[in-house]
Design a protein around this ligand. Structure first.
Ligand SMILES: Cc1ncc(COP(=O)(O)O)c(C=O)c1O
Length: 423
């Protein structure tokens, strides 16, 4: 982390602290430790200690849900209490400013403008806002990756049934070695009727990563809207959405971002905002859906929101910034690389590509489907590692995991070999 970015993180902390003295100062107290230049085991042990889980129950399922660091969880509790002690309009006025601070922090993290960021409830909702809101006509076609999550897949099918649009699913090679092998199937499928390309940055069922920028370039030459489900990348990769070039991007705070539960992100590129209808109309949606009156805020007016959680998004961005967005990404690549290499060395077969250009933090190994539940269950009950039985055995390490956790997971899988390898 550069001195400049640390200074600006601290300035923002001071701003937050001035808004409410509860919760936020403890992050300021951590800044010199989290921002330390070292990258050794002691540093990562210190990062791990910022999270409250016990060694007997180690989370390794970031694709589903992550623990929040203590500073974030405490900020939510204290801000909630602040509302319960005095829920007057007068007291709650400051939350408007805090919401805008959260929005600005997320926008800065992702290299876009505040007006392009809506803080919704989760990826499912953000995907569905795009699906419901894009002005499609009968006969228009939506092209999907067949590995998309149901909220960016079945949801398009439901819409097609209602409005007579059509859906085409694109399959990609299961063991790609180069990104052009992932581009070609989409290029071949694009047609004159294609109006939307709905993608997933990193798949939750294979761990495969799509070359989003290249696919955006391909689609945008034809004025096709590219929507990206980034549930598996916000908080894991150091993203710049402008450079990624997508038109819209959805994610959840409670996954790799390690933020408050049930807060989500919907980014919509400035010149696409006006044409997309909000799914829910409530005060603040802006009947004047003209160019950019309220920007993407029109997508997040759902009536009364949980102001405390929305405010704690700013604290979460500061936590990432203090560790360093690049350092978070590099550590996830390091942990995922060590896990995949260790499993492979034991003779297990991976579904997820090993190459970081073709993958992210989601690591999946083959397990006979009828054994998936049992393996995942024993991994938790006997070895204290919480993974998932999604697409095989799915393990998704994050910065709160140490190399000792990776070694424990590999040793556990080795001990369960007879259950996993079919003779
Ligand atoms: C790729 C992808 N999209 C969307 C979702 C849904 O996320 P949420 O339940 O936070 O809306 C998930 C959940 O695992 C996912 O992996």
């Amino acid at each position: 982390m550069t001195d400049l970015s640390r200074r600006s993180a601290l300035r923002r902390l001071a701003q937050g602290t001035a808004l409410l003295s509860a919760g936020l100062p403890s992050l300021a107290a951590l800044s010199s430790r989290l921002g330390a230049a070292s990258n050794d085991d002691a540093y990562w042990e210190m990062v791990r200690r910022q999270f409250p889980f016990r060694e007997a129950r180690v989370p390794m399922n970031a694709a589903n849900l992550c623990p929040a660091p203590r500073v974030v969880a405490e900020a939510v509790v204290e801000l909630t209490q602040d509302i319960d002690v005095d829920c007057s309009f007068n007291n709650r006025r400051k939350f408007k400013t805090m919401l805008e601070l959260s929005r600005k922090q997320v926008a800065d993290q992702l290299g876009v403008d505040s007006d392009e960021v809506a803080l919704v409830r989760n990826t499912s909702e953000a995907n569905n806002i795009i699906n419901n809101g894009l002005p499609l006509k009968a006969g228009d076609e939506v092209l999907l990756w067949d590995q998309n999550h149901p909220t960016n897949n079945v949801a398009w099918q439901v819409r097609a049934a209602r409005f007579h649009s059509s859906v085409k699913r694109v399959e990609t090679p299961s063991e790609p070695t180069r990104i052009d092998q992932l581009i070609a199937p989409f290029e071949q499928a694009l047609g004159a009727r294609t109006k939307v390309l709905a993608l997933t940055h990193v798949s939750n069922v294979s761990g495969m990563r799509l070359p989003i920028r290249e696919l955006c370039e391909l689609a945008q030459r034809r004025n096709i809207h590219v929507h990206v489900d980034g549930a598996q990348t916000w908080g894991a990769f150091n993203l710049n959405l402008r450079e990624l070039r997508c038109d819209s991007f959805a994610a959840s705070s409670h996954k790799w971002f390690c933020g408050p539960k049930e807060v989500g992100l919907l980014y919509v590129k400035r010149d696409r905002i006006a044409e997309i209808w909000p799914s829910l109309v409530s005060p603040g949606w802006g009947s004047d859906v003209g160019p950019d009156v309220k920007g993407a805020r029109k997508f997040e007016s759902f009536g009364q929101r949980d102001d405390a959680r929305l405010a704690a998004i700013a604290t979460t961005v500061d936590f990432h910034r203090l560790v360093g967005f690049d350092r978070v990404e590099a550590r996830i690549v390091e942990l995922a690389g060590a896990l995949k290499a260790g499993l492979k060395a034991e003779g297990f077969r991976l579904i997820t590509p090993e190459d970081p250009k073709l993958s992210g933090g989601v690591c999946i190994m083959r397990v006979p489907s009828r054994k998936g539940q049992e393996v995942f269950n024993q991994l938790y009950t006997r070895y204290g590692i919480a993974g998932a039985a999604t697409g095989g055995l799915r393990l998704c390490p994050h910065i709160y995991n140490t190399m000792a956790h990776i070694d424990r997971a590999i040793a556990a899988v080795r001990e369960m070999r007879s259950m996993i390898v079919e003779v």
